[in-house]
Design a protein. Sequence first.
Length: 87
Amino acid sequence: MSTSAIEDVWTVAGAKARLSEVIERAQNEPQTITRNGKASVVVVSVEEWQRKTERRGSLAEFLLKSPLRGSELDLDRVRDEPGESLL
């Protein structure tokens, strides 16, 4: 059972017992399911998931729009051997 209609937080047992309600509420608002008192997963609608995971351009487009493009930063590269910095 949800601890609060406002919070939309469910225990695993409550979510199992009322899965249809969790799914129905997730159509409008993300639903958090807790395990051992800690937030574990969030259930969202397919539309929300697609909106959040939709690709917005390519890496090349992102880099071309970077405010650092053309700034001619002078970046020094560390030339340590692998594992050398761990000693």
